[in-house]
Ligand binder design. Structure first.
Ligand SMILES: *Cc1c(COP(=O)(O)O)cnc(C)c1O
Length: 474
């Protein structure tokens, strides 16, 4: 029997994993979650000796996909996904402050140097596998302000059943970000530089999805951050961290500090906790766009203007995956979750009733780390350890220092980007410019491929139509 998935808003059909994977958002506007949380095997603190990251990943994720994909195929896809990482450990743990028992878990060893690769390298392969099985294909379209586009491109490149089109605002993404997208030589990858802002790019993508004839003809799809398959892949490294630090048999708890934007990463930690992982505290780190830090302090959501910061992947006001936690806090009541979120959409504000808010403590804390503090943390870590950390990771480190409750429990800060992805901020903070890893050292010399188009829906649609492969055409 396959696990069923239900919508957080309670009015969409229950689906099994393969349909959740391809659907993304539920038809009632909600997000899919498992109907029941699978439990980690008792021995979750004691991996068989020599178990690889990919083997642990299969073990942890199997209950989510059981009955929907053959075990051997899943093992092969998972092994292949994690073979793209620099370090055979995939998510190595390094000490940040041994005396204080603080650790960094480095999640940025994938193709694009940021943690999204951990989920997307697997999800691209799962998409392709399922579409191939069904004899279908999908055209992925998305907009990026610079950071997420490359992870989506690396996930989809060379997959037979996928074409991908990524729109970015021309001249408004960094050189490294643009080159990570435009130097990918795969025939199914298409970059479009739009004469306009990131919002214009997003509006173009929304308009393509809203055009039902176009959407149907080209079978538009998205690999967005609310896809449960992404959450599932991110559960794995929480288990790996707890196994490494809890010690064999010594089932002590672990705490995590997570630099947070869309709440996908830290929600995966919560899923691991619901599956039986012994977690003492989740510290949610925000930059000055601190709606989440304020929520965890006061159980109240209130939208403010988005301010650009040096940690752009966290410049967000509406964290879509928070809905999944709200659903749990509201006792899995879909109607109540829908009412809360619809009220929030309408007024920009929403509060939790005291009974629901009581579910936040003591597990959850939030901390806001402003720009000056972020730079200070990068500089301080460099002086003390010689390590360079990126601004997102620095928000996590700063948040852990501000909100950690129990110094006896190991604290794991998730390091979400390689410092060379944000070289200006890192250099400003520690006086040294971080170098790209060897495999990307010649990025500036690689040929680029990118269409330049006006901010015009007709022009973009025409381009997509002309470059989508038809069935049988490779
Ligand atoms: C996406 C991203 C985040 C935020 O992760 P969420 O899952 O959206 O909370 C943090 N750091 C980096 C580098 C990212 O790319």
């Amino acid at each position: 029997m396959s696990l069923s998935y239900i919508s957080t808003r309670g009015r969409a059909p229950e689906l099994a994993f393969a349909d959740v994977l391809l659907a993304g958002l539920a038809t009632d506007g909600g997000l899919y979650v498992p109907q029941t949380w699978p439990t980690l095997a008792d021995g979750h603190r004691r991996p068989p000796p020599g178990q690889t990251y990919a083997e642990t990943a299969v073990e942890v994720m199997w209950p989510f996909v059981d009955g929907q994909i053959e075990r051997e195929a899943f093992e092969a896809l998972t092994a292949d996904a994690y073979s793209t990482f620099d370090n055979p450990d995939v998510a190595p743990l390094v000490p940040l402050d041994e005396e204080q028992n603080v650790w960094l878990m480095e999640l940025f060893g994938g193709p694009t140097l940021a943690f999204k690769d951990i989920a997307l390298q697997l999800v691209g392969r799962l998409f392709d596998h399922e579409l191939t099985r069904r004899g279908e294909r999908v055209t992925i379209v998305g907009a990026t302000s610079g950071d997420t586009g490359s992870a989506a491109i690396e996930a989809c490149r060379d997959r037979d059943s996928l074409d991908i089109f990524v729109l970015h605002p021309r001249g408004r993404v960094s050189d490294v970000q643009r080159r990570q997208m435009t130097t990918v030589p795969s025939a199914n990858v298409h970059n479009i530089a739009v004469d306009g802002s990131f919002d214009d790019c997003q509006d173009l993508v929304k308009a393509m999805f809203a055009d039902e004839a176009f959407r149907g003809r080209h079978r538009l799809g998205a690999v967005n951050s609310i896809n449960f398959a992404r959450v599932m892949a991110q559960v794995v490294y929480y288990v790996v961290a707890a196994r490494a630090l809890g010690g064999v048999g010594a089932a002590g708890p672990v705490s995590f500090a997570v630099p947070t934007g869309n709440f996908g990463n830290v929600y995966a930690g919560y899923a691991a906790h619901r599956m039986g992982l012994d977690v003492s505290q989740f510290v949610v780190g925000s930059n000055v766009n601190d709606i989440l830090a304020r929520f965890f302090a006061g159980a109240h959501l209130e939208i403010r203007e988005v301010v650009p910061t040096m940690s752009p992947s966290m410049d967000i006001q509406v964290s879509s995956n928070l809905e999944r936690l709200l659903f749990e806090l509201l006792g899995r009541d879909g109607a109540a979750t829908a009412a809360l979120l619809e009220g929030f959409r309408a007024s920009g504000e929403a509060g939790l009733a005291p009974e629901a808010a009581a579910g936040l403590a003591p597990l959850w804390s939030g901390a806001r780390v402003d720009e000056a503090r972020t730079l200070a943390v990068i500089g301080d870590v460099h002086r003390r350890t010689g390590m360079m950390i990126d601004p997102h990771t620095a928000v996590g480190v700063g948040a852990a220092a501000a909100a950690r409750r129990d110094p006896a429990t190991p604290m794991v800060v998730l390091a979400t980007a390689h410092p060379a992805k944000f070289p200006d901020a890192v250099e400003a903070a520690c006086g040294v410019r971080p170098a790209l890893p060897e495999r990307l050292a010649d990025l500036a010399e690689r040929p680029e491929r990118c269409a330049m188009l006006d901010n015009d829906l007709g022009a973009v649609q025409q381009y997509v139509a002309a470059h989508t492969r038809v069935d049988g055409d490779r």
